[in-house]
Design a protein around this ligand. Structure first.
Ligand SMILES: Nc1ncnc2c1ncn2[C@@H]1O[C@H](COP(=O)(O)OP(=O)(O)OP(=O)(O)O)[C@@H](O)[C@H]1O
Ligand SMILES: [Mg+2]
Length: 253
């Protein structure tokens, strides 16, 4: 199937019960770049991100209208396969959530689930994924240690390595550094800027300075409305909407 963008959103509206959360959002995400989604608490950032890989589906009161195309396919169509979707769209959460198993097993879990059995291949994947997540040097001698023994920042990079192990073209990140100390946060920001060489990153943050540091494009969401979406530099220099300006100058949010 041919497609222009790896991920494209058309007229997306969502509800929890009767409450409308996202209001007719249309946008697409540039390949090999970082797009930051910013906005005040409660504006719908997580709901939006979670819609992109169908994580809201388990919430009984959730309803949506519109289309989300991943590699040209509507992920909410009747014959869409959530299992296939999760191979294409990885997710990183605010709190690192390594599985309660060894560092190595955290990485091999996904690839095994998707049918990889060859030990040498799995071993190569462990090394590659940990290198891509800038964690290899710190854990290469302790691959059999329980992952929960790692520091918070290391755990988050392990979660990134775990996501990368199945080679998703798109990675979603919901406030991935806000639970970490500044040093660990800085390492992950650097990593995000490197990851875009290979994949499309969509990063939710309410930290404007972080959005400006790491993203190429930025979206500003306000009360469920996509108020502004453009090159980050343009938004930083001259926001078009007064609500965006109020947010980035710290007057709201
Ligand atoms: N499971 C749920 N059931 C009902 N309402 C929900 C649910 N999850 C979120 N909401 C509501 O949807 C709105 C948007 O929430 P969301 O978590 O997307 O905001 P956010 O921008 O990510 O905020 P924050 O910056 O605090 O993480 C809020 O009004 C919230 O109360
Ligand atoms: Mg959120």
């Amino acid at each position: 199937m041919s497609f222009e963008h790896k991920i494209e959103v058309k007229n997306l509206s969502t509800w929890f019960g009767k409450k409308k959360i996202l209001k007719n959002i249309s946008c697409y995400f540039e390949d090999n770049s970082v797009t930051a989604i910013m906005g005040p608490s409660g504006c719908g950032k997580s709901t939006f991100l979670r819609s992109l890989n169908r994580l809201n589906d388990t919430i009984g009161s959730f309803r949506m209208e519109g289309e989300i195309l991943v590699e040209g396919e509507d992920i909410y169509s009747i014959d869409a396969d959530v299992y296939e979707l999760r191979k294409k769209v990885g997710m990183i959460f605010q709190r690192p959530n390594p599985f309660p198993m060894s560092v190595r097993e955290n990485i091999t879990y996904g690839p095994r689930l998707h049918g990889k059995k060859d030990d040498d291949e799995l071993e190569r994947l462990v090394e590659d994924s940990l290198k891509r997540a800038a964690l290899w040097d710190e854990v290469k001698d302790s691959l059999d240690e329980p992952a929960p023994n790692l520091s918070g920042g290391q755990q988050q990079r392990l979660c990134i390595a775990r996501a990368l192990s199945i080679d998703p073209p798109v990675l979603l990140m919901d406030e991935p550094v806000s639970a970490l100390d500044p040093l660990s946060a800085g390492k992950i920001e650097e990593l995000i800027m490197k990851l875009k060489e290979e994949i499309t990153v969509i990063l939710v943050t309410h930290n404007v300075q972080q959005a400006f540091r790491v993203s190429d494009q930025a979206a500003f969401l306000y009360l469920g409305e996509l108020v502004e979406f453009d090159k980050t530099r343009r938004i930083a220099e001259a926001p078009r909407d007064e609500r965006t300006e109020a947010f980035i100058t710290g007057r709201i949010g």
